[in-house]
Design a protein around this ligand. Structure first.
Ligand SMILES: [Ca+2]
Length: 420
């Protein structure tokens, strides 16, 4: 696989042309990306993990043993040489199970058919005239198809000054394409700085739409948005797109936790820049990756009403105040890593596909800066087990999943690669 040369990776990082970096933060300058970090694959598994044999775990059983660690993964260019302009998502759609949808940060959405992977990608919506994408973290950032209503989709994009959550309908007579004139704006909120826009959209198992928002940007959350329940920034929001409330384009689920004391859309708070969250298709757990300030990246399992700590904490450490911060009421990350392992976390998915049974139940995530891809499993006692799956050398901008649970990686250079 073609790797981005080290000089180019360095140049990209230094000028901040990234999907989830902080143009205003010190960490950009401090980072020296390594594209050659050694993989820490357990020796007993790695020998079985090369080539197509990797699809079969050593045992005949359909499910892997509870204590089994997954072997190494490979990233396969199943769509040939097709490239996209800053791809930041691969999305599936229930009524089109053989299609996947690629989000370009610059504003377009394409579909690819899994049965005809060499076919030209089909453009299904072009919002490049509405999306402002000059900042490295701005642009079209999220897409979610309505789970029960074919031909309706929701997007998350930035203008120069705001985040927009909007609804689109299919073109009359062509369910394959979305009509740009059908836009209905559900929600907007101000973005005080160009960075930290979050951007993920996904329907939960409860049928509600979840929205990831960053803290509004700059560095250190100067306005303390993430801890402010009156602000939509630094949150995971949850809205009901099917039952709008009076005066709103959406409804508030009856058990949203902060309807009395803050913005009723808030589901969880204390996030800095959740760059990708997802629901485990089997357990329904919400996994989020929260990009750190300049020391620690973190993974959270997000519960309703939880305070995930930013800016009081960065990772598991005090951030503001720097010492003796009050942690008692804060939800702690399930996993953190420091600058020795990566610089900007990219959240993925809990694997529920069939090509790699040994990955079943492992949350697969990566680091944008050095390209390492890990698997994380929560043990019975709640503690994490983390395995390095691949030192990819790619700038991993996002992960995605198809209707069969197979995983994909989006790279900054524009490739969509399948995890195998
Ligand atoms: Ca946190």
């Amino acid at each position: 696989m073609k790797k981005m040369p080290l000089w180019l990776v360095s140049a990209l990082l230094l000028v901040g042309l990234t999907a989830c970096f902080d143009s205003g933060d010190a960490k950009d300058e401090e980072v020296a990306p390594s594209v050659s970090a050694p993989a820490e694959i357990s020796p007993s598994e790695s020998s079985e993990a090369s080539g197509s044999e990797a699809a079969s775990p050593p045992e005949e059983s359909d499910a892997p043993a509870a204590d089994m660690k997954p072997g190494a993964i490979t990233l396969e260019p199943v769509f040939g040489d097709a490239t996209f302009d800053r791809p930041v998502g691969v999305i599936t759609r229930k009524d089109h199970p053989r299609d996947i949808y690629i989000i370009e940060q610059t504003g377009r959405i394409f579909s690819l058919n899994l049965d005809a992977p060499s076919d030209e990608p089909k453009k299904i919506l072009d919002l490049s005239g509405r999306v402002y994408d000059q900042g490295s973290e701005q642009g079209l950032l999220g897409l979610a198809w309505h789970p029960d209503d074919p031909g309706i989709a929701f997007v998350n994009y930035t203008t120069r000054t705001e985040t927009v959550i909007a609804r689109f309908e299919a073109v009359d007579g062509d369910a394959e394409r979305l009509n740009p004139a059908s836009e209905e704006i559900l929600l907007t909120f101000k973005q005080p700085y160009a960075n930290h826009n979050g951007g993920q959209l996904a329907f939960g198992p409860d049928g509600y739409l979840y929205i990831g928002t960053g803290d509004g940007g700059s560095g250190g959350d100067p306005h303390n948005h993430s801890q402010n329940l009156r602000s939509l920034l630094g949150k995971i929001l949850r809205i009901d797109v099917d039952r709008p409330a009076d005066g709103l384009a959406y409804g508030i689920p009856a058990d949203n936790p902060f309807a009395e004391e803050g913005r009723p859309e808030i589901y969880a708070y204390g996030l800095r820049n959740p760059w990708r969250f997802s629901f485990d298709a089997e357990t329904g757990k919400l996994w989020a990756a929260d990009v750190g300030q300049n020391r620690y990246e973190e993974i959270d399992i997000v519960d309703k009403g939880g305070n995930y700590g930013w800016r009081i904490q960065e990772g598991a450490s005090c951030y503001n105040p720097k010492e003796d911060c009050e942690m008692a009421e804060l939800k702690q990350p399930i996993h953190t890593y420091g600058r020795d392992e990566g610089v900007s976390v990219t959240g993925g998915y809990v694997y529920r596909g069939s090509a790699r049974r040994d990955l079943t139940g492992w949350y697969v995530f990566g680091d944008y800066g050095n390209g390492t891809i890990w698997g994380l499993k929560q043990r019975g006692d709640g503690s994490p087990e983390v395995v390095t799956l691949l030192a990819s050398g790619e700038n991993v901008t996002s992960f995605g999943v198809d209707s069969e649970g197979e995983l994909y990686v989006c790279t900054y250079e524009g490739r969509i690669l399948r995890v195998q």
